[in-house]
Design a protein around this ligand. Structure first.
Ligand SMILES: N[C@@H](CCC(=O)N[C@@H](CS)C(=O)NCC(=O)O)C(=O)O
Length: 100
């Protein structure tokens, strides 16, 4: 019997994505993650200035959404995520389980 988190998630990378609801790039980024069946934590910063400030700080000053982090490492936005995938770098990052 499981808890709230499926056991297989413990062996997966931790993916965080800061989004807003009205952002096509956010949907594009999430589509790629969904296609790969990658679970992620979505942080809607539309009306949350505290989390938005946190996003900008973590993203080295970038203010656009989405901003994506894998195991705490900043990947960038949607275009960066797709570029990383094309370069073959996404799968190995996603295969790295989260430290916590
Ligand atoms: N190249 C970026 C574009 C992201 C982008 O333009 N996002 C828009 C919303 S869809 C945005 O945040 N605009 C406001 C800003 O740049 O501060 C990406 O691929 O993530």
């Amino acid at each position: 019997m499981g808890g709230l988190v499926p056991p297989q998630w413990c062996e997966m990378a931790k993916v965080e994505i800061y989004t807003t609801m009205i952002c096509p790039y956010c949907y594009r980024a999430k589509r790629l993650l969904d296609e790969r069946q990658v679970p992620y934590e979505e942080i809607d910063v539309m009306a949350d200035s505290k989390r938005r400030t946190e996003m900008v700080q973590r993203a080295g000053g970038r203010t656009s959404v989405p901003q994506i982090f894998i195991n705490g490492q900043h990947v960038g936005g949607s275009d960066d995520l797709y570029a990383l995938d094309r370069a073959g770098g996404l799968a190995p990052m996603l295969a790295q389980p989260a430290a916590e």
